[in-house]
Design a binder for this molecule. Structure first.
Ligand SMILES: *[C@@H]1O[C@H](CO)[C@@H](O)[C@H](O)[C@H]1NC(C)=O
Ligand SMILES: *[C@@H]1O[C@H](CO)[C@@H](O)[C@H](O)[C@H]1NC(C)=O
Ligand SMILES: *[C@@H]1O[C@H](CO)[C@@H](O)[C@H](O)[C@H]1NC(C)=O
Ligand SMILES: *[C@@H]1O[C@H](CO)[C@@H](O)[C@H](O)[C@H]1NC(C)=O
Ligand SMILES: *[C@@H]1O[C@H](CO)[C@@H](O)[C@H](O)[C@H]1NC(C)=O
Ligand SMILES: *[C@@H]1O[C@H](CO)[C@@H](O)[C@H](O)[C@H]1NC(C)=O
Ligand SMILES: *[C@@H]1O[C@H](CO)[C@@H](O)[C@H](O)[C@H]1NC(C)=O
Length: 533
């Protein structure tokens, strides 16, 4: 296959990313040839097709994929799309796609997954191939958003725990090499939530898979997270229970009270809590006084007790912490995820199809013994809690993680907990961890994206402000790996409405520093903030 290389300079604002560009000269023929000649063990090619930029592909196949919610995807650059089935055992396998740009930077990237799915994240493939990466995405071993495929099949659980991602990387790198006739130069990972856990799993267990890992809101300490997620239904119950706090006005009241107690701790009342770990919310201020007849603006004792429990760390039968409390600040969304809508579906599926192999398991009976059963099982070490990252460090690998401080699914308190676990396990203060592991707390970001804060940090295509590495965690990672320019702060952008332009930007601090406003009159200006100990 013929290609030529040229050296190009991209100017991304202040920083220069120099890159060798490989350009496939006859991509139509090259893609057809790749599909016909590919011979990799356990790989069956379903499709190998050249797609010019602007092609709008349909993603509405059956196979439970409709639950993934992806209907179509516009291809941003000319690519060779290869779709495959890769068997991982005699009763499991992954569907895998590699998107190979005609104009290639020499960089390889794997995308991740979400929830307990089952879905190739096509928007992430499009985002990263558009930036010139040779990109892979896998379905994590099953199709759709349900965990039903785990039932009576630990091979599918194995794919979900770590085998799908690693297999996709091994196969994807080989296909990349065959297509361009030369191996990738650097390898990257981009994912959030379950995708964040997958990134940490790679760092912990497959330290050679990636040179740079961007892993947001990681679902690490996985069985403990899954157990914690199951607690909310037992805390609040349903509309017949005295502990129930219905969606709407009362949660707005609780949220406002949390802001009253904690918003000002960062120097400004802007509706954004920079460091929820400092917020020890006291719900008793909302207790209805004796003689109350109108319960729309205060909480009963049973409700106060439930709210307090939701914001209290969850402890196990052995007296040790299972999982930290929900961080205060996310109530206006979390009320619809955890507090008012019945059992959390991912937890239900995990206990039914993995822990107990019992589709009739009743989430209303969940208790600490179930949490212990799930943790004791820990299939394929899905926990993803190893605090020793020395193998990854030794390869020169870099890990950038971020966590929205208004996350309504995975408590943001868990990310500092893991950071500190690594610090103790490796015996390294943060000044040494900085060499390979940096953690940013993104105030006012919900779960992986969105929210009232400056949440656009380039973590997905929809969250791009500019391609300046200061504003874009993926390109910052490239700059860190290839030029040694590690992030000191991450600048997030808030748009109320994109057509109106930027609402404000804010520099998010590297843990354990926290953000403090020194000029509250000008809190929308990034210069009004400083990172303090
Ligand atoms: C892509 O096709 C889908 C229908 O398959 C359509 O709804 C969508 O608007 C198209 N996107 C673009 C950008 O043309
Ligand atoms: C998953 O969906 C793909 C189509 O994207 C299909 O080829 C594959 O057979 C499906 N896998 C299962 C286990 O149904
Ligand atoms: C789709 O999911 C349901 C359970 O959610 C499962 O019973 C069924 O076998 C799945 N179908 C395919 C084709 O994977
Ligand atoms: C599947 O593989 C397992 C272990 O590799 C083996 O014990 C089993 O006999 C195989 N089953 C079939 C149907 O080939
Ligand atoms: C390859 O991509 C780079 C960066 O986007 C661009 O500057 C260059 O013009 C492209 N080359 C070709 C031949 O399309
Ligand atoms: C509340 O109780 C009534 C009467 O026992 C029952 O019919 C209803 O299903 C219950 N509601 C919920 C949400 O469980
Ligand atoms: C109950 O209190 C709310 C809020 O204070 C008020 O809007 C509402 O009118 C009251 N309802 C009654 C029946 O007094």
């Amino acid at each position: 296959m013929k290609f030529f290389s040229q050296y190009l300079i991209f100017l991304h604002g202040l920083t220069t990313l120099t890159v060798a560009q490989h350009i496939v000269t006859d991509p139509v023929a090259a893609c057809t040839k790749l599909g016909a000649s590919l011979a990799i063990e356990n790989v069956r090619v379903n499709l190998a097709q050249y797609l010019p930029a602007g092609t709008n592909i349909s993603l509405t196949q059956n196979y439970n994929l409709s639950s993934c919610g992806y209907i179509s995807q516009v291809i941003p650059k000319d690519i060779c799309r290869v779709a495959m089935y890769v068997s991982t055992s005699n009763r499991s396998g992954i569907t895998l796609e590699t998107w190979l740009p005609t104009n290639w930077t020499g960089r390889f990237l794997s995308t991740g997954n979400g929830g307990i799915g089952g879905c190739i994240q096509y928007p992430d493939l499009a985002y990263t191939v558009g930036l010139g990466f040779a990109t892979v995405g896998a379905n994590n071993g099953h199709n759709g958003t349900s965990g039903h495929a785990f039932y009576n099949n630990l091979e599918v659980v194995h794919d979900f725990a770590d085998r799908s991602l690693h297999t996709g990387v091994v196969v994807g790198k080989e296909i990349t090499k065959q297509y361009y006739g030369t191996a990738h130069k650097k390898s990257y990972y981009l994912g959030c939530s379950t995708g964040g856990r997958q990134g940490f799993k790679a760092v912990q267990s497959y330290p050679n898979d990636f040179d740079g890992v961007v892993a947001g809101a990681p679902a690490i300490d996985f069985t403990h997270l899954t157990s914690w997620s199951a607690t909310f239904y037992t805390i609040f119950g349903n509309s017949n229970d005295s502990t129930y706090v219905p969606a709407g006005g009362l949660w707005a009241l609780i949220h406002q009270e949390i802001l009253n107690q904690c918003d000002g701790m960062d120097g400004v009342l802007d509706g954004i809590i920079e460091d929820p770990q400092m917020c020890q919310f006291r719900p008793e201020t909302l207790q209805c006084p004796p003689g109350t007849t109108n319960f729309t603006a205060c909480l009963t004792s049973a409700q106060v007790g439930a709210v307090r429990e939701a914001f209290t760390d969850f402890y196990g039968v052995d007296g040790k912490i299972i999982y930290p409390r929900m961080q205060p600040g996310s109530e206006l969304t979390a009320e619809y995820v955890y507090y008012t809508t019945g059992p959390f579906p991912y937890s239900v599926d995990w206990f039914r199809y993995v822990v107990y192999n019992d589709p009739s398991w009743n989430a209303a009976t969940f208790n600490r013994l179930d949490a212990k059963a799930a943790a004791d099982q820990n299939p394929f070490n899905i926990q993803t809690w190893n605090g020793d990252l020395s193998a990854f460090r030794a390869t020169g690998g870099k890990l950038l993680t971020y966590h929205g401080q208004a996350d309504f699914i995975i408590s943001s308190d868990n990310s500092p907990r893991y950071y500190n676990h690594v610090s103790r396990t490796m015996g390294l203060p943060y000044s040494d961890l900085d060499e390979f592991y940096r953690f940013f707390r993104i105030s006012g970001m919900g779960h992986c994206n969105g929210g009232v804060g400056a949440h656009a940090i380039g973590q997905t295509a929809a969250e791009v402000s500019t391609l300046d590495p200061q504003n874009n965690v993926l390109l910052r990672m490239v700059d860190w790996v290839e030029n040694g320019n590690g992030p000191v702060t991450v600048t997030g952008t808030k748009y109320d409405d994109r057509s109106q332009g930027v609402s404000f930007t804010r520099n998010h601090c590297k843990y354990p520093l926290r953000n403090f406003c020194t000029d509250s009159a000008n809190y929308k200006s990034p210069e009004s903030w400083t990172c303090i100990e």
